[in-house]
Design a protein around this ligand. Structure first.
Ligand code: NDP
Length: 234
């Protein structure tokens, strides 16, 4: 079935892989992008998720183009690493504003349409760092852990209307974001995986595709790790 999908941060990395996987599965897929051109073959809306008005405009454009959003993949995210003791409130807040509040803003815009349709899929891209923590990433970990609480609460608020809410928690995935992780830190992260390698954006996209589809109809409030075995048993 062709569904109206919105992927935030869908112009590169994991978001682009998700958008392409869902488009290949026959869905109508829109992506947000902040600068440059949208990816070829996908409907792009310019949107910074820290700007409430831009988010509202973007969701309106998507609705006109392909109908009310039925599947939201909230993926846009940033890191601004540093030790907490020397981290400014601005640095901490900017990560929370993008990773958590960005997701909240988009959710508030798309849920009314899902309520009307009595069907919807909310999928948030969290991170294993959200539950495991990482030195220098207190802001990022806090924002990603919060997404799990957000999804679980929405699962309970919206379940009676047949709307599911889940998180996907990738480990280390080969994208621009992971390029900053090198040397000893990368070696350590790889040694913590069972598969001893980084994941690909496509491997995350496959899990998102499952959550977006009919096969996941009884899965809600779940957090699915995509870590190559990293963190297993913790
Ligand atoms: P990238 O840095 O490759 O892509 C990040 C995406 O988010 C880009 O499309 C970017 O848009 C978008 N974005 C960032 N800030 C905003 C904003 N304010 N408004 C709109 N869009 C924004 O990262 P990944 O693909 O690796 O990450 C995607 C998600 O996966 C993130 O939430 C990240 O935290 C999570 N993740 C990634 C892991 C990894 O190892 N790569 C591991 C665990 C989780 P633009 O191109 O305009 O900058």
């Amino acid at each position: 079935m062709s569904r109206s999908v919105l992927v935030t941060g869908g112009n590169r990395g994991i978001g682009l892989a998700v958008a392409r996987a869902l488009a290949d599965a026959g869905d109508k897929v829109a992506v947000t992008y902040r600068s440059g051109e949208p990816p070829a073959g996908l409907f792009g809306v310019r949107c910074d998720v820290t700007d409430s008005e831009a988010v509202a405009r973007a969701v309106e454009e998507v609705t006109i183009q392909q109908g009310p959003v039925e599947v939201l993949v909230s993926n846009a995210g940033i890191t601004r690493d540093g030790l907490l003791l020397s981290m400014s409130e601005e640095t901490f807040g900017s990560v929370v504003d993008t990773n958590l509040m960005g997701a909240v803003r988009v959710t508030q815009q798309v849920v009314p349409g899902m309520l009307k349709a009595r069907w919807g899929r909310l999928i948030y891209v969290s991170s294993t760092t959200g539950t495991a923590g990482a030195p220098g990433q207190a802001n990022y970990a806090a924002s990603k852990a919060a997404l799990i609480g957000l999804a679980r609460s929405l699962a309970k608020e919206l379940g009676p209307r047949n709307i599911t809410a889940n998180t996907v928690s990738p480990g280390i995935i080969a994208t621009d974001m992971a390029e900053g992780v090198t040397g000893a830190r990368m070696k350590q992260l790889l040694s913590e995986t069972a598969l001893n390698r980084t994941g690909t954006p496509q491997e995350v996209a496959e899990v998102v595709r499952f959550l977006a589809g009919d096969g996941s109809s009884y899965v809600t409030g779940a957090n699915i790790p995509v870590t190559g075995g990293g963190g297993v048993g913790c």
